[in-house]
Design a protein around this ligand. Structure first.
Ligand SMILES: *Cc1c(COP(=O)(O)O)cnc(C)c1O
Length: 387
């Protein structure tokens, strides 16, 4: 029997969806959009998505690390870029030379930046992050005054210009959580204190995707959206339907089909056992591709993650392996080579990233950001031209 050619498992990212999501976010928020493209654009491909976001009207790009921001510049992306995660090796001088906005979280950060900026003839661009309730980075309230004083002194010395002051929500996906009011109030107090210290930051920003959609009072001068740019719902179950379109589709070829009889066990640990005759299919994606190892939910097989084959949802059986998963075909025999939709937008014939997140006890952010491994990534443009 001749086997059909098997295309490899792959990720398809629709750049038209990214552009459309940016447009709808801008229209919803009504303020400039900072498109967050950290972590390889949440698994969607940083440079291509950054370009698409700019085409869709994003006025700013943002990354976590200095290295990611420099990679945007190396790829030829112009325009404002912000980054915020500083480490011992962060090249502040290169970032400033590339016109990137750095974030200072402390006076120690400002001191390190002042050292790195020593040879410059023009002021660098620095934003200040205040911690209003996440206890991650950002200056804690007790350190705001000294941060602002030090930042203002550096401005007066011509070392930098303070271009922004910002903070980050802990609970924006729970709009009724009391922390949101407290954080926004704290942020307003930080802004007032910054002003008392003589700072006039042009870009005050607090909202991530969920807050940009759900909390108008938090929009200030710009919103910092990541997840929503890729079309995923940042607060499932809340009133977030603004017409976002998931940009990522993951497909794989069905490799083979086999029969099981009652008592046949599936995968490592033999944690799923057929109770009746069935057929199972082999799909070449595993935890090396970012599929969570527990996706077959051996503890609760009726909640297992699924894949789509010929428009039917096929549950994963047993433990996810490094390179492959086994799915229950319920007696059907699709031909090897049939396209398996591992995840995609609603209507693509398979589960969504949100469906995967619910099956695996995590959030859609983690599902898409981990997707990768050996899979190729291809860009399409559903409006026509390939991006
Ligand atoms: C990741 C991140 C964002 C984007 O958050 P989303 O919920 O994906 O919109 C914004 N700000 C900071 C500081 C982040 O780390």
């Amino acid at each position: 029997m001749e086997r059909p050619p098997l295309g490899p498992a792959g990720i398809v990212v629709d750049l038209a969806a990214v552009r459309a999501n940016v447009r709808v976010l801008r229209a919803t928020a009504g303020v400039p959009l900072i498109a967050v493209v950290k972590a390889d654009a949440y698994g969607h491909g940083m440079v291509a998505c950054a370009r698409a976001a700019q085409q869709g009207g994003a006025q700013w790009l943002a990354t976590a690390t200095v290295e990611e921001a420099l990679a945007l510049r190396a790829a030829g992306l112009d325009g404002p870029v912000l980054c915020w995660l500083n480490g011992p090796g962060s090249d502040f001088a290169a970032a400033a030379a590339a016109g990137i906005d750095l974030t200072a979280h402390s006076v120690a950060d400002l001191d390190a930046m002042a050292g790195a900026f020593a040879g410059r003839t023009t002021p660098a661009r620095v934003q200040l992050k205040v911690d209003t309730g996440l206890s991650r980075n950002g200056a804690p309230r007790a350190a705001w005054a000294e941060l602002f004083a030090s930042a203002r002194a550096g401005e007066e010395a011509g070392t930098w210009q303070v271009t922004g002051v910002w903070s980050h929500f802990a609970c924006s996906d729970e709009p009724d959580h009391p922390a949101n009011d407290r954080q926004e109030q704290g942020f307003r107090e930080a802004l007032a204190l910054a002003e008392e210290h003589g700072l006039r930051p042009q870009l005050r920003h607090l909202a991530n995707s969920a807050a940009a959609i759900l909390r108008p009072s938090s929009r200030f001068d710009a919103v910092r959206c990541g997840l929503a740019v890729y079309g995923l719902d940042p607060a499932p179950g809340e009133a977030t339907d603004i017409g976002l379109v998931p940009a990522m589709t993951v497909t794989a070829p069905l490799l083979s089909v086999k029969d099981l009889v009652p008592g046949d066990a599936v995968s490592y640990g033999q944690r799923w056992v057929a109770e009746q005759p069935t057929t199972v299919g082999l799909v070449p994606v595993g935890y090396a591709e970012g599929i969570p190892r527990n996706a077959g939910r051996p503890d609760a097989p009726d909640q297992a993650a699924t894949v789509g084959i010929d428009g039917k949802w096929r549950p994963i059986r047993g433990t996810v392996c490094m390179d492959q998963v086994v799915v229950d075909l319920g007696g059907d025999r699709p031909s090897p080579g049939t396209e398996v939709v591992v995840l995609g937008p609603p209507g693509a014939g398979g589960p969504t990233a949100q469906d995967w997140a619910e099956a695996c006890g995590t959030i859609n952010y983690e599902i898409v950001t981990r997707i990768g491994g050996r899979m190729s990534r291809r860009y399409v443009d559903s409006e026509g031209a390939v991006g």
